[in-house]
Design a protein around this ligand. Structure first.
Ligand SMILES: Nc1ncnc2c1ncn2[C@@H]1O[C@H](COP(=O)(O)OP(=O)(O)OP(=O)(O)O)[C@@H](O)[C@H]1O
Length: 248
């Protein structure tokens, strides 16, 4: 990997809460435009890790660099989609998606154009004047995704975004996410407990250990897209990840 292609450099990251060591000397790189999935057991510190990247927590040791500089959310454009994410009920779909761009004080005509583009990509153009209360779950999910991609983040962090959804909707949203990622070239770090989801989405998978958490293994995922969960190569890779997880 060329050095200039590395957007995120996690360098000996350690995080303790008092006596509790959660993240233990973790190092890895993410290259620009990569789709990285992180799989780890419950409570191993996946959310803590994301909170360290967004600067909510200070590290106990090590450093996190974005484009070669210490991570700084004022300087770096990092978008974050939580488990319990939500829309702003008092704003229309269009206003929800425009929110981040307005915060960045972009010119009105640019905002209008960018928002229209991303609404088109997620199939919400017709619903731009609707309020969240008028939308189905799947449409709400699309609003949140559209809002995150609209700001053209350097890095998009996604923390189990589809954990609570039924399988069919999850599959559809995963496909849409892949399309947006491919079209916009955004760097995505996606946290999940779901091994099938990680194999379906990722270019690379980081498998974490239990606390104190370190990297158990990094797997490259070169399965061609579109992927099919019943194909032998897919099942093979899914089994490889499952094997790694069995030994936690
Ligand atoms: N602010 C905090 N103060 C003290 N301990 C914390 C704090 N935040 C997290 N922890 C502890 O750090 C550990 C990791 O928590 P974290 O929520 O990051 O795990 P996780 O992998 O995201 O969990 P899950 O799989 O349930 O989403 C837990 O033992 C938790 O109790």
């Amino acid at each position: 990997m060329e050095k200039q292609d590395i957007i995120l450099h996690v360098d000996h990251m350690t995080k303790c809460f008092g006596d509790l060591k959660v993240l233990n000397d973790i190092s890895f790189d993410v290259h620009r435009g990569e789709f990285l999935c992180i799989v780890g057991p419950t409570g191993c510190g996946k959310t803590t890790f994301l909170n360290c990247i967004t600067g909510l927590y200070d590290l106990t040791g090590g450093q996190i660099l974005v484009n070669g500089e210490l991570v700084d959310t004022k300087k770096h454009n990092i978008a974050y989609i939580f488990q319990e994410y939500s829309t702003m009920s008092w704003l229309t779909v269009e206003e929800n998606v425009a929110f981040g761009l307005k915060m960045k004080r972009m010119p009105k005509d640019v905002i209008k154009k960018e928002v229209a583009e991303v609404l088109e990509m997620v199939g919400l153009t017709k619903y731009k004047d609707y309020y969240p209360v008028e939308l189905s779950t799947s449409m709400l999910q699309r609003v949140v995704i559209a809002r995150a991609f609209a700001v053209k983040p350097d890095i998009l962090l996604m923390d189990e975004p589809y954990g609570q959804l039924d399988v069919e909707l999850r599959f559809r949203l995963e496909d849409e996410l892949i399309k947006l990622w491919q079209k916009l070239g955004t760097t995505v770090i996606f946290i999940t407990h779901n091994i099938e989801e990680a194999v379906y989405l990722s270019e690379n998978i980081l498998v974490l250990t239990n606390k104190p958490t370190s990297i158990k293994h990094k797997l490259e995922n070169t399965l061609p897209r579109p992927r099919n969960v019943v194909e032998p190569a897919f099942i093979d890779l899914r089994n490889q990840v499952t094997e790694l997880i069995k030994w936690w």
